[in-house]
Design a binder for this molecule. Sequence first.
Ligand code: BJ8
Length: 425
Amino acid sequence: MSEEHVSMWKHLGLNLTAHDALLKVLGDAYTDIYLAQKQRPDGMAYFDFVMSEVHGLRIKELLDEKEQGRKIIGSYCVFVPEEITLAANATLVGLCSGADFAMEEVEKYLPRNTCALIKSALGFKLGKVCPYLESADMVVGENTCDGKKKAYESLGPLLDNLYVMDLPQVKSDQGRTLLRSEYERFKVAVQDLTSVTITHESLKKAIQTVNAKRMALHRLARLRKADPVPISGLDALLANQVSFYDNPARFTESLNKICDELEKRIAANQGVSPKKNPRILMAGCPMAVPNWKLPWIVETSGAVIVGEESCVGERGIRNLTDDTGTTVDELMDAITDRYFKVDCAIFTPNSDRLNHIEEMAKDYQADGVIHYGLQFCQPYTMEAIPVENALDTKGIPSLRIETDYGMEDAGQLKTRIEAFIEMLK
Ligand code: BJ8
């Protein structure tokens, strides 16, 4: 690690000892889980590089952008529209929350039985180990699940720039009206932050940039329908994870290059996993960097993951935004329409999600579905039961997993997952 990076982290106020420990754990996990894979597409070298510089060059880029007057906005949820931030000359970064950190400190603020994702969000702040969080000029919290809503009350005083966005919980006309007005309020807040007024031209261009990124991710998803599948679930998950903090245009170009390579693999009937290995659809809670435990167990147990019904996956990228509106208001309506379709389990009722899981299982020729719920996540662990019942009636085998970010249950999970995969064979 270069001296320049260390002084950058110092300048951001990171706890250098704790940060070193985090980077060590992250680097070791990446080597053991990612670099140990066989037959990876050559293009994944780009993501290996991005990961090796995740707290280095990317942060330097963001700080250089800030020097030139650009603002950085951090977010914890796919309901925060990147289109609005880009249109106002701001960069949106996803704040990962995929690892345990400073847990003793966290439990002074939150009860022990809080989901790992929420605890992680607070732990990264309390441990002072996230350069993205420390670079952000605004951090957006959203009223989604009860856990997040209440945790933002604890996180708020630790930050000087928390903006809370309200979100509907019902897909009704009133719900859409609330989302539309919250996006309007967010637009004003972002304009105030950047001192840039969003125009029809800037918003349209931002929509096109984000659509291009989503189209590249859709292309990757489509290619995973091939049998044999040309890329591992772990690598596809990584592409989705990186999409949250990479430069959007560069990400799109790099992912499209990988897709070109995957098309050649498919034409040559080349896959990452033997044809006989069961194909798995993962469904449930989002998996943020470096939460790779479950896919790693699945793919080292004789199966391959072909899709993710998750916010770090298809739920987050499904649907493009219509860019044909001729005014800022029409484009804001189109943005609202696109995001209102996100079928997060905080919505009630949420039958769209059940339908999407069934559709995905069929489209990706999945032999079985693994439903992943983070322990203490009520929305997803509760919804796992109707999901299981719906799949059961369609004759699609499924397995319900509840876990956290720790490795203590890895052996037990492996036993259950191996038995499930054996049954699918
Ligand atoms: S749109 S899934 S990114 S809220 S795992 S914190 S639900 S208790 S993350 Fe999410 Fe937005 Fe919905 Fe997607 Fe709560 Fe559950 Fe924890 Fe969760």
